[in-house]
Design a protein around this ligand. Structure first.
Ligand code: ZN
Ligand code: ZN
Length: 767
């Protein structure tokens, strides 16, 4: 028996699955312990490093070890529970269960086989005629209580699998249809390409299935060492710059020392951070060590993942969103068996069960996606730090716009700092121009685009160059308003206004997905005076099509990228024939557009008005990242439209001056007592009843004031006070003694939260 084994244990009258978290030992004679029933013959769900990280998360983020392990363990590693309904030999007489319809009993005892699953029963058309889902579940319950039915549960164990992937080869039969032909051409170019890569490249599962069925493609399952070839190599790297060589020399020295080091790699976009990661990992692997690379979201950064695949071939596992649960689990097992040297993946790849990890890279380490926003609310950088500290490895945090926490630690000398000021391509950063929308408005321009932006777009379209426009909201308008009575339609479940999506004739809630038809007349006064206000991606794309009817406009936001591969599809179309790409945050995150010469930020200040102490930092980061997209290989220009042309976040981002911005912002944070000057814990109090939730919040606030070291702020309603029919209040706790504060929270607040029935309490450490 070892740590991470899955076992069956008795609990109360039931039997549950559990993980082994400590070595076996003899129980004291008088201890009331029960023996466990059986060790399941399945691969370990986690290793010692995984258990250590789970303990760290439970301790630091104030959750149970079980919750923390929920983040560490892959779903595929757990045996599934299957349920069978066993019926009594005799069909029960009608009068014994008067509330259960006869046709339902007949279905169970005459039509369906004994031992069918509840799912199969509920899906049966005859069952549907006997009632809705809730009613059917009640009928099953009635029959179980009366003894006519028994529920039998058993575990379906996951098997030990070799790490295999599904690949595609060209077949003999021709196929017609534009998409299928393109797919076959794609596979012909690189026979043996993984199916997941075809999905990522924008081909749908349906097209692949059709081509395989028709014999135009052949699908096979192989071990990954046979999938990669040099054919997928990306663009040839530039010769390393002096800065890159110096950075590698320092990393080499840390690797020689063989002890824990953490470094911020602060490099402007295009400075060649990935080259440094790849070269450092090459050395680690050469010496028998292993490495993990975290990236914010693989579908947004396929080029980065590809460079690691090219460099490390069969020894790299890329855990991207196009993999099935089974494929992920197989990759995990290959890691445990020592067949993998490098893992590239999003947040949860930090838990990869690799032994001897000597280098852990967090690319774009400022990204918010590294913080999990459901329990356990861990931050991948904190977990990575803990892992490297324990294993004596090196942690590299890469960013063009680092989080102020990392930056403050690096400039104070608590962690190492590597600065890359030159672009590896030797192209200058784009010239950024700020346009004052207030002045444009006074001059009579009420359009979405200012004069300078229209001029710059016209110029690019004429010269056949590409432009990217960044808008931070999807949809056609932020909200709609009745000009007669002032009514703004709101979500019935949340306290937010509904967003217009005109192309679908819908109003939609961006928080809970509630949707309703776009009103022809005002729902309050009945007049046809409904007007859209604010702008979203859809409206911007429409506006361009109106101004430049011959331009090829593409849109990239969460409405147009609902499936795996949509990003790649839009990008390759843009690359081939697009003039203008309109998009949300997505277009700012790590995508490489070598041929873009104009970037426009349509409304730079919208993010500044959010009640969040990081609003300025986020706005700076976004503008700096978006502007860095321009001119990667040809001279570029960026135009930033704003109503706040003098705001430091905007002015300094336009000047690519991170250091001045950071110094200013850190001063501000010190004054206001926000991180990194002080540490922050948010306590959310969430409940169906507004008065109950408020009551709990005030009780909690006084408990905190009495027992927990730190400054208590609130309770106050969240910026969105009601979400999905629940009322939400928040208490902020600022502290300079985080360890003491966490201890007190564990001792006093966790028991309070467990007892409380009127509202849920969500604790968020380092929000
Ligand atoms: Zn009205
Ligand atoms: Zn809603």
């Amino acid at each position: 028996m070892q740590v991470g084994d899955v076992v069956r244990v008795p609990l109360g009258g039931r039997e549950v699955l559990a993980f082994v978290v400590a070595p076996e030992r003899e129980a004291d004679a008088d201890a009331r312990v029960k023996a466990l029933l059986e060790r399941l013959d399945v691969p370990r769900a986690f290793d010692d490093a995984g258990l250590h990280m789970a303990r760290f998360i439970a301790e630091y983020y104030l959750c149970t070890l079980g919750e923390a392990l929920g983040a560490v363990v892959l779903n595929g590693a757990l045996p599934r529970t299957d349920e069978a309904l066993r019926r009594s030999a005799e069909r029960p007489p009608r009068e014994r269960y008067p509330s259960v319809p006869d046709r339902f009993i007949a279905l169970l005892w005459e039509t369906l086989p004994d031992g069918c699953s509840p799912g199969a029963l509920l899906r049966h058309p005859e069952a549907r005629r006997a009632g809705d889902r809730v009613a059917l579940l009640r009928h099953i319950q009635t029959l179980v209580r009366g003894g006519a039915l028994t529920r039998e549960r058993h575990f379906v164990e996951p098997r030990v699998q070799t790490y295999r992937v599904r690949v595609l080869h060209p077949g003999a039969t021709p196929i017609s249809g534009k998409k299928a032909e393109a797919l076959v051409a794609f596979v012909r170019e690189q026979p043996g390409v993984p199916r997941a890569d075809a999905l990522l490249a924008g081909f749908s599962a349906a097209v692949i299935a059709r081509a395989v069925k028709a014999g135009a493609l052949v699908e096979a399952t192989v071990e990954p060492r046979r999938t990669r070839s040099a054919a997928v190599a990306g663009p040839a790297p530039f010769p390393p710059t002096a800065e890159q060589r110096a950075a590698l020399a320092r990393i080499d020295a840390w690797l020689d020392a063989g002890t824990y080091h953490e470094a911020l790699v602060h490099g402007v976009t295009g400075s060649g951070k990935t080259y440094i990661y790849v070269e450092a990992i090459k050395r680690v692997v050469r010496e028998g060590g292993r490495a993990i690379v975290l990236v914010p979201e693989i579908s947004l950064t396929p080029q980065t993942a590809r460079r690691f695949e090219v460099a490390f071939g069969e020894r790299v596992a890329v855990l991207h969103s196009a993999l099935s649960e089974r494929e992920r689990f197989e990759a995990w097992q290959a890691c445990m068996r020592g067949e993998i040297d490098v893992v590239v993946g999003a947040r949860s790849a930090v838990f990869a069960p690799l032994r001897d990890v000597r280098l852990l890279v967090v690319d774009e380490s400022h990204e918010t996606s590294y913080k999990q926003d459901t329990s356990p609310r861990y931050h991948a950088v904190a977990v990575a730090r803990e892992r490297m500290r324990r294993e004596g490895g090196i942690l590299l945090l890469g960013s063009a716009t680092p989080s102020l926490e990392s930056y403050a630690a690096a400039t104070a000398g608590r962690i190492e700092l590597i600065v890359l000021r030159e672009r590896a391509t030797a192209q200058a950063m784009p010239a950024v121009r700020i346009v004052d929308l207030g002045a444009e408005f006074e001059a009579g321009n009420r359009r979405v685009f200012s004069g300078p932006l229209v001029q710059a777009l016209a110029d690019r379209i004429e010269r056949k160059q590409k432009s990217v426009l960044f808008v931070n909201r999807r949809g056609s308008a932020s909200f709609v308003l009745c000009r007669s009575c002032g009514k703004v339609p709101e979500c019935p479940r949340c306290s937010v206004s509904l967003t217009a999506h005109r192309s679908e004739s819908l109003l939609r809630c961006h928080y809970c997905d509630f949707q309703t038809a776009f009103p022809q007349t005002c729902p309050a006064c009945g007049l046809p005076t409904i007007k859209e206000f604010g702008i979203g991606t859809e409206r911007v794309a429409e506006e361009i099509a109106r101004l430049f009817p011959h331009a090829h406009v593409l849109r990239m936001d969460s409405d147009t990228t609902t499936r795996v591969g949509d990003h790649a599809r839009i990008l390759s179309e843009f690359e081939a024939s697009g003039d203008v790409l309109v998009g949300t945050q997505m277009v700012a995150k790590g995508l490489d557009f070598p041929t873009v010469t104009l970037v426009g930020v349509v409304a730079a200040d919208t993010g500044l008005h959010i009640a969040d102490f990081r609003a300025s930092e986020r706005t700076f980061g976004l503008i700096a990242q978006v502007c860095g997209r321009s001119g990667r290989s040809a001279p570029g220009e960026a135009i930033v439209q704003t109503y706040a042309p003098n705001h430091p976040a905007i002015v300094l981002a336009a000047q690519h001056d991170y250091d001045t911005f950071a110094a200013r912002e850190l001063r501000e944070r010190r004054l206001l007592g926000y991180p990194p000057a002080k540490r922050l814990v948010y306590l959310g109090i969430i409940g169906r009843s507004r008065s109950d939730a408020w009551q709990v919040a005030t009780e909690l606030a006084s408990l905190l004031a009495e027992r927990v070291p730190g400054e208590v702020l609130g309770p106050a309603p969240y910026a969105i006070a009601r979400l999905n029919n629940e009322w939400r209040f928040r208490i902020a706790l600022k502290t300079t003694e985080p360890a003491k504060t966490r201890r007190a929270l564990r001792e006093y607040v966790l028991p309070f939260a467990r007892r409380e029935r009127r509202a849920r309490i969500a604790i968020n450490v380092d929000p």
